[in-house]
Design a protein around this ligand. Structure first.
Ligand SMILES: NC(=O)c1ccc[n+]([C@@H]2O[C@H](COP(=O)([O-])OP(=O)(O)OC[C@H]3O[C@@H](n4cnc5c(N)ncnc54)[C@H](OP(=O)(O)O)[C@@H]3O)[C@@H](O)[C@H]2O)c1
Length: 268
C-alpha cells in the first residue's frame, strides 16, 4: 500500500510522520507532495520520505491520497488531479469545511473520507472524527482508521453534520482548554506567584486532573462532587462558576464554533 500526502504543512507532515513512526508503512511507501519550493527543500532535508512537486509523478502510484492543503486550494488541486485518478483510489481529506460532495465533484473520486483532526495530533494525542462516502468498503475504512490513529484516536461518525459538530468540541476544543489555563495562570499571577510557578501550578493541575479522569470510569461531574466538600474552598469556586453561568457560556462557545464550521462549509 502506498500513501501520498498532499500539502507538507503542519497537518500533512504530522500525518506523514505519524504513519512513518507507526511502522504501518515503510517510509518508501509514504510520498509527500508540496508546491512550495521552500517546503520541498525542507522535505529533502528530512529525507525519509520521497518528495514530489508534480501530481503526475506520484498520484498514479498512490492507493490512498491524504489531502492537507488549505480549503481555498481544494478546487484547483482536485481539478488538476481528476485526469490521473482511478476508481480504486481513496481520498482522505482533512480540509476544514470541504464536503464529501465537493471533493467527489471536483476530483471524480467516489471513495472519499472527510476527516477533522485536532492540534494534539502533533504529539500523537489527537482526536480525528471522520465520515466515509458510501463507496468506501468496511475493510478500507478499517485501513484508513489505522492510519488516522497513528496521530491519536479517531471516531467514525454516521453523518457529515457530525464533522461540523466535532469541530465545535474536539477541533476547536484545545483552544477552550488553553483559555481556561490562561485564566487560571492570570489568577495565579494576580495572587503573587511568579510566571514560572504559575505555569507549573496550572499545567500540572490540568495533567493531574485529566489523568485522574482517564484512569477512572466516572464523569467529570462525579469528580467535581468528590473534590468539593460542603462549605469548602472548591465548592466556593464551583458556586462562583454556577452563579456566573460558566457552564452555559462554554456550551454557547462550542455551538458558536459549530455554527461557524457550518458557515465555512457553505463558503467552500
Ligand atoms: N492546523 C490544524 O490544527 C488543523 C485542524 C483541522 C484541520 N486542518 C486542516 O488541515 C489543512 C492543512 O492545514 P495546515 O495548517 O497544515 O496548512 P499549511 O501549514 O498551510 O500547509 C499546507 C501546505 O500545502 C501547500 N499547498 C497548497 N496548495 C497546494 C497544492 N495545490 N499542491 C501541493 N501543495 C499545496 C501549501 O503551500 P503554500 O504555503 O505555498 O500555499 C502548504 O505548504 C487545512 O485544510 C486545515 O483546514 C488543520
Amino acid at each position: 500500500m502506498k500513501v501520498l500526502v498532499i500539502g507538507a504543512g503542519n497537518m500533512g507532515l504530522t500525518y506523514a510522520e505519524g504513519m512513518s513512526k507507526s511502522k504501518l508503512l515503510k517510509n518508501k511507501n509514504i510520498m509527500v507532495l508540496d508546491k512550495s519550493d521552500k517546503k520541498l527543500e525542507e522535505l529533502h532535508q528530512i529525507s525519509h520520505f520521497d518528495a514530489y512537486k508534480e501530481l503526475e509523478d506520484c498520484v498514479p502510484q498512490a492507493d490512498i491520497i491524504f489531502v492537507a492543503v488549505k480549503p481555498h486550494h481544494a478546487e484547483e488541486l482536485f481539478k488538476n488531479m481528476q485526469p490521473m485518478v482511478t476508481a480504486d483510489q481513496i481520498i482522505v481529506s482533512i480540509m476544514a469545511g470541504v464536503t464529501l460532495e465537493t471533493i467527489m465533484g471536483f476530483s471524480g473520486v467516489k471513495k472519499v473520507i472527510r476527516a477533522m483532526p485536532n492540534l494534539p495530533a502533533k504529539v500523537g494525542l489527537g482526536l480525528t472524527s471522520y465520515v466515509a462516502s458510501s463507496e468506501v468498503s468496511r475493510i478500507e475504512i478499517s485501513t484508513i482508521e489505522s492510519l488516522l490513529n497513528t496521530t491519536g484516536k479517531s471516531i467514525l461518525v454516521s453523518k457529515e453534520s457530525f464533522i461540523d459538530a466535532s469541530t465545535g468540541i474536539s477541533g476547536s476544543g484545545p483552544a477552550y482548554v488553553f483559555y481556561f489555563m490562561q485564566s487560571m495562570m492570570d489568577a495565579a499571577l494576580q495572587m503573587g506567584f511568579s510566571k514560572k510557578d504559575s505555569t507549573v501550578l496550572v499545567s500540572q493541575t490540568f495533567t493531574g486532573a485529566i489523568e485522574l479522569f482517564n484512569q477512572s470510569d466516572i464523569s467529570p461531574k462525579s469528580w467535581m462532587e468528590k473534590v468539593a466538600s460542603k462549605g469548602g474552598t472548591t465548592q466556593a469556586a464551583l458556586d462562583s462558576m454556577d452563579d456566573n453561568n460558566v457552564n452555559k457560556l462554554i456550551k454557547e462557545a462550542a455551538f458558536a464554533a459549530f455554527s461557524r464550521a457550518v458557515e465555512l462549509g457553505k463558503e467552500n
